[in-house]
Design a protein around this ligand. Sequence first.
Ligand SMILES: O=C(O)[C@@H](CO)OP(=O)(O)O
Ligand SMILES: [Mn+2]
Ligand SMILES: [Mn+2]
Length: 575
Amino acid sequence: MGTSGFSWKLDDHPKLPKGKTIGLIVLDGWGEADPDQYNCIHVAETPIMDSFKKIHDVLAINIGYEFTVHTAPEKWRLIRAHGKAVGLPTEDDMGNSEVGHNALGAGRIYAQGAKLVDLALASGKIYDGEGFKYIQQCFDKGTLHLIGLLSDGGVHSRLDQLQLLLKGASERGAKRIRVHMLTDGRDVLDGSSVGFVETLENDLAKLREKGIDAQIASGGGRMYVTMDRYENDWEVVKRGWDAQVLGEAPHKFQNALEAVKKLRAEPKANDQYLPPFVIVDGSGKAVGPIVDGDAVVTINFRADRMVMLAKALEYQDFDKFDRVRIPKIHYAGMLQYDGELKLPSHYLVSPPEIERTSGEYLVHNGVRTFACSETVKFGHVTFFWNGNRSGCFNSEMEEYVEIPSDVGITFNVQPKMKAIEIAEKARDAILSGKFHQVRVNLPNGDMVGHTGDIEATIVACKAADEAVKMIINAIEQVGGIFVVTADHGNAEDMVKRDKKGKPQLDKTGNIQILTSHTLQPVPIAIGGPGLVPGVRFRGDMPTGGLANVAATVINLHGFVAPSDYETTLIEVVDH
Ligand SMILES: O=C(O)[C@@H](CO)OP(=O)(O)O
Ligand SMILES: [Mn+2]
Ligand SMILES: [Mn+2]
């Protein structure tokens, strides 16, 4: 920190002991909503998660399973996980893993990428920064390439920001612009790609009227092209590289609208998984490969699914796939995506300065931590948790375990994912007695929820509940404490609704499946035999959110939380 007088030392909590083992479980995409057939959490058998909500008069309850859960009515509540509570621009912004885990781990609410980019564009400061000046150096002779998610979902990127950047860059000297678009269908309805392409094409046509040579150059579905994360499957990034840099793809079209419409018409096609395509001119030549002297901007503000491409674009030493040709470019990210790796080294907007996270404090105060998930969510409980930094703070105090995810499948075919494997690792870590905090992310509700497959999502929710049971069982055995919560909603609502909450029908009278996250609150439950009697959720914090969890957990480890953290959710009453 460099601030004089700063100390990592946390004060002892006056009433709560140190040394308890805390099982900290984040259910990804697990919100609370009214029960109906599209609420997969409600439909699924989830006895453990249900038990936390039940009203009981006694502290220890037996819920009819082979172990006892210690809980009580004042040990379950809902917290906010979307909009301003997690640093997003408006209350209409659904939560997501990045902002959710940042808030959970950092204990404070930071203006997040979406908001920071909005502000930088509105004030024009984005054009005064080092990053823009760096790419601007190529505008005279080279092409400006914009690569990213074409969507108004607001999770990874936003179309209006792309539109402003196109305008701003063209007004500041960009003469030749190529957009490499990725279709969404995950943060927005499947099929919405067509409308987004139309909007973008209109904008590009207007630029062309002004004499700027602006076109879409390539595309593909976000889950199949470019936007992999945590190095799960480099083939995804390679497909993008081939189209964007080399101008090669199995599908060639003369315009992007035709491309998206035709590729969507294939059986089982959807926006998330559209195959890669390139746009070619009348002679069949790709209109926009990335070549020496060009500028490249990755327009997503969110980090996880841009880091791999950023590495491919920036690193000299790179062996993840054969890049064939490595263009000499000026590359900038919309944000810097990894604070530890300083990747990319040039960026248009500075990321939120998330520092002094709970993980770092706890390490400095002797709390030994184990964190685990499977690949697709591994960075959530490590990288996002620690404020978008890869690696641990102190490898002697922390152990991070990644269970390899299945590759090349959509998770509705494997809805149990690695939930039990994650729970087994957590169980073993708890029983080993080596750790004070055992932290996991259970991906099922979210990853399967994103497929839009309701039956599979029900299976997924059940699997996550079984994993919670295994972890809590271990906590019971060691006399520990559990904290079970979620990062945002998803599986609790799988249908698009009208303003009154009724399922909305499309033109053909079918319901519209909601693959995205939601605006719903998420549960938090605390319990376990190690919880001091008299600990309960405070009644004076009705608007508590994810950022209040860090102070709560720090308290349960026996410390007073740093004074600038959002307040704790718990109090200790005399018993
Ligand atoms: O898959 C992702 O990238 C997002 C949705 O766009 O989900 P989550 O925030 O849960 O990681
Ligand atoms: Mn999530
Ligand atoms: Mn998700």
